[in-house]
Design a binder for this molecule. Structure first.
Ligand SMILES: *[C@@H]1O[C@H](CO)[C@@H](O)[C@H](O)[C@H]1NC(C)=O
Ligand SMILES: *[C@@H]1O[C@H](CO)[C@@H](O)[C@H](O)[C@H]1NC(C)=O
Ligand SMILES: *[C@@H]1O[C@H](CO)[C@@H](O)[C@H](O)[C@H]1NC(C)=O
Ligand SMILES: *[C@@H]1O[C@H](CO)[C@@H](O)[C@H](O)[C@H]1NC(C)=O
Ligand SMILES: *[C@@H]1O[C@H](CO)[C@@H](O)[C@H](O)[C@H]1NC(C)=O
Ligand SMILES: *[C@@H]1O[C@H](CO)[C@@H](O)[C@H](O)[C@H]1NC(C)=O
Ligand SMILES: *[C@@H]1O[C@H](CO)[C@@H](O)[C@H](O)[C@H]1NC(C)=O
Length: 441
């Protein structure tokens, strides 16, 4: 059970007011819980930005509450879980809000190398890959976090590992309030603003910022959010000092991934990509929907069911489909100029900046989502302009195997980042043979 902070009657009054009238919501109020059970973001009034939020700076905390339900019992060594709603910037570079969930380690855990004024924060980006806002981790963690997926261990295992090392963990709903799957700038901004919000919150150890260590980690869909955050960091959040990022199964190029997974067992991701990238552009969404077939086995209503599916639901709903078959003019509709322009602005890595943060990257050479050559080319460009990237190309397995084959290496690397023993050099690319997975994908 979470023990509630003692709420004064004034706090209770303000919170009640906030629920019925967001205008009166004071920023940075530690609200009590809305309910003992989590409510879906699409129905929970907590998931709205208070009036006037647009004038705040990105990363400003707009609301904070203890996470509803029994969130602390979902992971090991967790003493508290908070939801923080903060100001961010969307893919149109307009103000929006974001939500992150902060897991606090048990008090008696001291991180390796923890000195009296240090604290560690891991920003963990989960591949939630959905066009449904109700699949956002702040809500789905109550069910999804503890479920193994595709044969890989549950995310709660990784969060528990982090907490057991004394790290705080922030899991941000990086697709934002419109479930913008595939919009890199939306995700990158959300990740950076979530870190700003956490570091400034009263529930994060108020340590000397210079001795707070922050690192990020993400695989596949999580690599998109993490990598874009690193691309944007130098200019969007130059004051943030990250010690490192770990990215795996790097999804470099949206065109490449559409071609590669179309018609296969992971094709179910593609309706979500097309709905996600049009989620912040009404004209493009109207175009997309107008081109969907009205009848036949691959029709509009079947495609739009994806608006209410999480990633596992989408895999199950569209196995082996060709997403092109849903459209009147097939592939040419999917890459029509109105959509290609969105892809150009949002969905290719390397177009917005160069990571200045030390990178540990891992990917299977046989990754069937995006070609390894595209990742090689991206890193080669980054390295030619001063990035520091340790890239391990695994000779074993494919995209899903590497979730398992890579996670231990990522966690061990993160340990060295947090204990201060990792020394970033220049660039190193090496082939490895790691086979801890017997998934056989
Ligand atoms: C609390 O979480 C556990 C899983 O850890 C679950 O079995 C239980 O039903 C949850 N209880 C409530 C009240 O949500
Ligand atoms: C909690 O953390 C301690 C200290 O790191 C560790 O020894 C223990 O195994 C952790 N508990 C669980 C259930 O992971
Ligand atoms: C590190 O130590 C300080 C002081 O003992 C404590 O406030 C802080 O919470 C510790 N950090 C972690 C992650 O346990
Ligand atoms: C993305 O992939 C496509 C198809 O594989 C390729 O034609 C294109 O050049 C790639 N774009 C970038 C920016 O790498
Ligand atoms: C739309 O597609 C679904 C799934 O293939 C099918 O069950 C349904 O009958 C189709 N509707 C029409 C109007 O063709
Ligand atoms: C999808 O295709 C694979 C490979 O051809 C096949 O093994 C699998 O049974 C198919 N799945 C469905 C649901 O049709
Ligand atoms: C990886 O290990 C599994 C057994 O755990 C084995 O079946 C598989 O052949 C191995 N793959 C490679 C490429 O060595």
């Amino acid at each position: 059970m979470i023990s509630l902070p003692k709420a004064s009657s004034a706090l209770c009054y303000l919170f009640a007011t906030a629920l019925s009238n967001p205008v009166a919501s004071p920023f940075q109020t530690l609200n009590t819980r809305a309910s003992s059970q989590p409510i879906a973001p699409s129905e929970d009034p907590w998931y709205t930005a208070p009036t006037g939020f647009e004038t705040t700076t990105p990363g400003t905390i707009l609301r904070i509450r203890e996470a509803p339900g029994n969130a602390t019992s979902l992971v090991a060594n967790c003493s508290a879980v908070y939801n923080i709603l903060f100001r961010s910037t969307d893919a149109n570079y307009e103000p929006t809000f974001g939500v992150t969930t902060l897991f606090v380690p048990s008090k008696d855990i001291s991180s390796p190398g923890n000195s009296s004024s240090s604290a560690s924060l891991l920003s963990l980006q989960i591949a939630y890959n959905s066009a449904d806002v109700d699949a956002s981790p702040s809500y789905s963690l109550y069910t999804g976090l503890t479920q193994p997926a595709l044969g890989a261990p549950a995310t709660s295992t990784d969060v528990g590992f982090a907490l057991s090392n004394g790290w705080h963990v922030s899991i941000v709903d990086f697709e934002g309030p419109h479930a913008s799957f595939g919009l890199g700038p939306q995700a990158g901004h959300a990740v950076l603003d979530a870190v700003r919000a956490v570091l400034s919150s009263s529930v994060f150890p108020s340590a000397d910022a210079s001795s707070t260590t922050v690192a990020m980690w993400g695989y596949s869909g999580g690599s998109i959010a993490t990598e874009f955050a690193a691309e944007f960091q130098e200019q969007y959040a130059p004051e943030l000092d990250f010690a490192g990022i770990a990215i795996g199964g790097i999804v470099t190029n949206v065109t490449n991934v559409i071609h590669n997974i179309n018609g296969g067992p992971f094709a179910g991701l593609l309706p979500g990509v097309l709905l996600g990238v049009t989620s912040q552009d009404a004209e493009a969404r109207a175009y997309l929907v107008s081109k969907l077939k009205e009848e036949g086995p691959t029709n509009k209503s079947y495609f739009l069911e994806d608006l209410h599916l999480n990633v596992n639901g989408a895999f199950a709903a569209y196995p082996n489909v060709s997403v092109f078959d849903f459209f009147d003019d097939g592939e040419s509709d999917v890459f029509a100029p109105i959509l290609q322009n969105i892809f150009n602005r949002n969905s290719y890595m390397g177009a917005h900046g160069v990571p200045r943060i030390p990178v540990f990257a891992y990917k299977a050479i046989g990754d069937e989502f995006t070609d390894i050559e595209q990742t090689d080319a991206l890193f080669s460009w980054y390295c030619s302009v001063g990035a520091r990237i340790w890239f391990q190309r695994n000779e074993v397995g494919g995209h899903v195997d590497e979730i398992v084959n890579g996670r231990e290496r990522a966690l061990e690397w993160l340990k060295t980042v947090f204990d201060g023993s990792y020394v970033a050099g220049g660039c190193l690319t090496e082939n490895v043979r790691v086979n801890t997975s017997s998934l056989g994908y």
